[in-house]
Write a new protein. Structure first.
Length: 351
């Protein structure tokens, strides 16, 4: 039977009744008896509140963050740390000019990066070098797109102060949230590891920072394929891993897999689903709410080989805050994908 925490007024009335029953005194305002009753009621309410807090910490899905991660550690699930963005950067300058390892670069917003190895400007006046976020600048805030300018923190004679990012190798990931950790923990609790059995490869893939969803496929004797997404790296096709990110996951899962199993990563081809619709009321707030609901729908239900039912898409749009009706022009039917394809939310156009 559920236990209901009494309100402050209910506690106050009970203690007043005790005073009347035991002392024959009816506590009235501005009396010492009433002050004592109020003080006792406040203390009792605090005890109830603390008891409710302790009860919440007894369950992993209601515990606060500190207690949650203590519970998670019992099952050897530990909070994934933030990681740094890594990529390649192009210096320009005088041919032959050396650039030492650890050279610091800065972005306009204060993000810092360092070079991964020593290089020299090539005969063409340029050189590409690997760079990574400087320790202390982990997280998605340090991610860059190709063409992003960076500046030398300390000038080097013969080297232009400003160059550009050429490519991203691995996007930086933010520290794992409690909600993300709960999903991983429930996967461990509800599916006990079986030394390479069903579900283990998904759990191992999700141990890599930045991986949000994963799927496994038995592709033959001694071979397992894994597909995954990085939903926090950005909208659209940005959720699909780059080659370096795929290799990072493959190497980690391979290190956990039985020695007889070869692990591969299945590259997912994006299937962009664009929407055209009208909504009532036709306001910016409703537009934003619809886009949020669609993004959440794709996060929940899109996966390789899945079919997104048009009726559920309509339901997601109808769930948007403030929406009273809508007409969906495109798509008009279910969205089906093959096992090597991933349905991804594209543009949403309101007419």
């Amino acid at each position: 039977m559920a236990f209901t925490v009494p309100t402050f007024q209910a506690i106050l009335a009970r203690i007043k009744g005790d005073f009347r029953a035991v002392l024959g005194v009816d506590p009235q305002a501005a009396t010492i008896e009433y002050a004592l009753v109020r003080a006792e009621a406040a203390q009792s309410k605090g005890q109830y509140a603390y008891g409710s807090y302790i009860k919440a910490q007894s369950f992993i899905d209601t515990a606060d963050e500190a207690h949650f991660w203590r519970w998670a550690a019992v099952w050897q699930v530990y909070q994934l740390p933030a990681t740094c963005w890594t990529g390649t950067y192009r210096f320009t300058g005088t041919a032959g000019t050396p650039i030492p390892v650890g050279t610091e670069l800065s972005r306009a917003d204060g993000q810092l990066y360092i070079t991964s190895n020593a290089v020299s400007i090539g005969t063409g006046g340029t050189v590409d070098v690997g760079i990574a976020g400087k320790p202390g600048f982990e997280g998605s805030a340090g991610n860059n797109e190709p063409g992003q300018p960076l500046t030398l923190s300390t000038p080097i004679a013969g080297v232009d102060s400003e160059g550009v990012v050429v490519a991203t190798l691995i996007d930086g990931a933010d520290v794992e949230t409690q909600a993300q950790g709960l999903t991983r923990l429930l996967g461990v609790i509800q599916k006990t590891a079986a030394g390479g059995g069903i579900g283990d490869y998904v759990a191992w893939a999700r141990e890599v920072p930045g991986v949000t969803r994963a799927w496994e496929y038995a592709i033959g004797p001694g071979a397992v394929a894994v597909a995954f997404t990085r939903d926090n790296d950005g909208p659209g096709v940005a959720i699909l891993p780059d080659p370096a990110e795929a290799e990072q996951v493959r190497a980690h899962v391979q290190s956990k897999a039985p020695i007889t199993v070869i692990v591969s990563i299945t590259p997912l081809a994006p299937v962009l689903v664009h929407f055209t619709m009208s909504v009532v009321p036709n306001t910016a707030d409703v537009h934003a709410a619809v886009e949020l609901e669609l993004a959440d729908f794709f996060l929940r239900e899109a996966e390789p080989g899945a079919t997104l039912d048009i009726s559920r898409i309509h339901a997601a749009i109808s769930a948007a805050a403030g929406e009273t009706s809508h007409t969906l022009t495109s798509p008009i039917g279910n969205i089906a994908t093959d096992v090597d394809e991933m349905a991804i939310l594209g543009t949403v156009t309101f007419t």
